[in-house]
Write a protein that binds this ligand. Sequence first.
Ligand code: WTA
Length: 784
Amino acid sequence: MAQKDIQSVLQEDRVFPPSAQFRAAAALEAGDVEAMYARAERDHVGFWADLARTEVDWHRPFTRSLDGAQAPNYRWFTDGQMNVSHNCLDVHLRERGGKIAIVSEGEPGDVRRLTYAELHGEVCRFANALKSLDIGRGDRVIIYMPLIPEAVIAMQACARIGAVHSVVFGGFSSNAVKDRIEDAGAKLVITADGGWRGGHPVELKRAVDKALADGCPTVQNVIVYARTGADCPMRAGRDVWWQDAVSGMGTTCEPEWVDAEHPLFLLYTSGSTGKPKGIQHSSAGYLLGAKTSVKWAFDLNDTDVFWCTADVGWVTGHTYVAYGPLAAGATVLMYEGAPTFPDGGRFWNICQTHGVTILYTAPTAIRALMKLGDAIPAKYDLRKLRLLGTVGEPINPEAWMWYHKIIGAERCPIVDTWWQTETGAAMMTPIPGVTPTKPGSCAKPLPGIFVDIVDDEGRPVKTPDAGGYLVITRPWPSMLRTIWGDNERYLQTYWEKFQNRYYVAGDSARRDKDGYYWIMGRIDDVLNVAGHRLGTMEIESALVAHRLVAESAVVSKPHDIKGESVFAYVVLNVPRPEGAAAKALIDELRSWVGEQLSPIAKPDEIRLTDNLPKTRSGKIMRRLLRSIARGEEITQDVTTLENPGILEQLKGGAAAPPATRATPAERATPAKRAAVGRAVPVERTASPKRAASAKRAAPAKRSAPGKPVAAAKRAAARKEVAARPKAKKPKVAVKRAKPIARVKRAERKVAKRKVVAAKSRRAAVKAVRRGSKPRSRRESARQK
Ligand code: WTA
């Protein structure tokens, strides 16, 4: 499939070598890099082991470098002991104690500076506070904070005492917080009364309260940092103000020496199926990847002011805010708020004010700022900038050129860094003083990283520019270790496709004649909206959890600024409204998804339809839906469509002929509803994740629509529903609609149990007749 399906469209011939000036000052020269490549090629384990000895300060040195006994659950430096926080802070105290470690600007304009000595003291104080709350080695701690120094202090303090943190992005809703607390079995939540975003306080503690009110029995305490001063109810015996917790605590705290493989953190990320995955990272291997990559990719030196704009809720904020640059002894800049608050000059103002030398941000931000025009950045002095970086999604050459010319004044190399939550650290990137850059390409793997492009059978694709699966062919120290609590899913998602021979990244890519890699996008159903990974499945589940929604299919559509936007097709379990009523419902559904998941996940467009296009075997024709969403000419073969009449309606035109209008009212049964859409394998077979999900879902296939008996029953059921347009959702369904994780659990159960469809359908009809009261799920929708 690789060559056939993954076609590259981008042809970019411009090449930009680093300037002589940059080259002369850069730490790594071409000769050094060649030697590193050669050494790694000969003995990649030895290459990393040597670095681990020099770059990591060990409490007990390791003697074993790579342990592949349980491959592909690889382990690195297993008998060594160390501590990540010690390696980020204590190691600098003698030489850099007085150096600024963090400069932080709050959205309202408040600026704080912490030296390495001060940061060390604060981390120790907070670590001692954690210990006083009985948090220790191996305990899971959820961090749900604004982007202020305390977020990093909390992460470092967990690392210091061997607790495992899981940061939840402050833009996520209480549902997401709850799911993550429950999956991780967290004992403590660290949050704030709120943070500032776009001029408004974002109420974090309230979201935590809501999450905890719904379950989360493992949580014993909540630490709340007072940031905005917002009214914030505290529950006696459970909630503690941060400021109170640290008062009287000592400013030293002996690090907990942990094994190299001790989990440092879990970070949840979207997959194509099921609930978000808790990506588990190690201590030593992760730190080594973070530290070496920040030095190599960003040429970081002691005079730099390094600004990675990512929130600590994403992996980029872990590796290039909280850990990598501190391990390297750099000065890190943090900014709490929105890039365009109070105006489009905020980023450039920050660069000017704090003398930022390295700026690392996402293409979506670059495109948004580019749209505001060249006059804004021209007002600021950006001459201190010497290097620019991008991450998170492919950057289009137009945005790249703007970044290069307008921000970098054609002086700063641009490092386009490809990596993932799973890889822990940048994997492919230009080395700024050495590698000529090409707009839109992430260049080549870093030394010690081995990448290839393979076809559907796992054979290396040698032809230049032919697309295929991007795979990593040798283990690397900062690789994920597993998925928290689900090693089976780890194996299935990343390794099974090619029988454990390669790590499968889930991206498609091509390699040009010069050996440069070009990422072409995801091969599974994961969207990349504004640099954030969102599973189509998660959004579909959120939609289906709404009381009026029977079925949905989510696809991506290119978007000028965000890269991709979310386009959802929705089938209702009541007659399809039109005009103002339709608009109102669409607005409601958008906010619903915002509340259930995150405002980032809100569909940009929703099209109400009477049915989804399916093949006769019941597969949703996603590629067709994608083409329609994008307004492309339909080239797909539609002869296998069960209901060809639906096409016009999907395009936004007239209603489909009545015969095809049978909405699946049967799905009012909660269990059935949960299975909808995922019970049937989707059309695509290219993705390993998709293939796996299709397999898992197979037993539920019998509920696939299209069978004549089922269609008749559906029509009957629909009549019942249509006769009662105001019918409320059955009680059970509303209950189910609450937590997405539960819906997904139900879905798996359904697949396993092979429920007899007819029985549940009858129950559903009865339940619809009974009616029930919808629950209000309002919570402060938090705009990003
Ligand atoms: C995409 C972010 C093109 C890719 C660090 C990957 C990129 C996913 C780039 C991981 C890049 C990341 N060029 N695409 N430079 N960097 N991606 O886990 O699809 O949030 O698989 O990690 O983002 O997203 P994640």
